[in-house]
Design a protein around this ligand. Structure first.
Ligand SMILES: *[C@@H]1O[C@H](CO)[C@@H](O)[C@H](O)[C@H]1NC(C)=O
Ligand SMILES: *[C@@H]1O[C@H](CO)[C@@H](O)[C@H](O)[C@H]1NC(C)=O
Ligand SMILES: *[C@@H]1O[C@H](CO)[C@@H](O)[C@H](O)[C@H]1NC(C)=O
Length: 205
């Protein structure tokens, strides 16, 4: 009897530590990421909606997960699309852009080059690169979805440790659109840029 209890308890810990979620469509969902209450670690909640893996912002917006690298604790989400091709608004403008819940173990990594578009002149007081040679000009000219932002005041910056690592802010009257490139290589063509926002998670203790 005693032996049996020991066996069951032992089995239970084994199951919970290798409690990886099933694939979502074609994509693997590595531990600790969790698509439901019954798998993964619930602090690392993501969503499998219609076989599409998604990340939920603290503002209630879903962003598509493009890829996951569990060995470096990183995942890449898609930047929000422009609302339409002739204006310069990203689809999450109504909630002020991307915002991560600060109580969750995810943050925006320092491999992201963010480009902001249709900014008000106040932005020029910031240390961002808003010059006529800023990388944002290349997106406006040739990037997919960039056309509606052509000719607006735009800037780019590396989202490094000096910045808020839980937000990319846009608003009407500030900057009304953004996009983001992971591990920017400015030597290659805009069509080869890796459009995405890299998030990093703190490994479970
Ligand atoms: C702005 O970015 C461009 C492209 O990377 C660079 O050539 C230029 O020197 C930067 N300007 C400033 C003021 O940092
Ligand atoms: C830029 O933003 C302003 C509000 O800040 C808006 O009135 C204008 O329509 C936007 N421009 C484009 C091209 O969407
Ligand atoms: C983001 O989270 C990672 C992993 O916990 C941590 O190493 C890094 O310092 C954090 N970055 C910022 C800017 O807070």
């Amino acid at each position: 009897m005693f032996f049996l209890i020991f066996l069951v308890a032992n089995l239970a810990t084994k199951v919970s530590s290798s409690n990886t979620c099933p694939n979502c469509g074609e994509m693997e969902v590595p531990y600790p990421l969790s698509t439901s209450e019954s798998c993964g670690d619930s602090n690392y909640r993501i969503y499998c909606n219609n076989n599409l893996l998604q990340f939920l912002s603290s503002k209630g917006i879903f962003y598509k997960i493009q890829s996951i690298d569990p060995t470096s604790y990183q995942l890449i989400i898609s930047p929000p699309p422009m609302i339409n091709q002739n204006t310069c608004y990203t689809s999450d403008i109504n909630v002020g852009g991307l915002e991560l819940d600060e109580n969750l173990p995810f943050n925006i990594s320092s491999h992201n080059t963010v480009m902001l578009f249709n900014c008000s002149a106040d932005i020029l007081k910031s240390p961002l690169n808003c010059s006529s040679t800023s990388l944002c000009r290349r997106f406006e000219a040739h990037g997919e979805g960039g056309r509606g932002c052509r000719g607006t005041l735009c800037c780019h910056f590396l989202k490094d440790a000096s910045m808020n690592s839980h937000k990319i802010r846009v608003r009407s009257g500030g900057c009304s659109a953004y996009t983001c490139v992971v591990n920017m290589n400015d030597q290659v063509d805009v069509h080869q840029w890796r459009y995405g926002i890299e998030l990093q998670w703190m490994p479970p203790k």
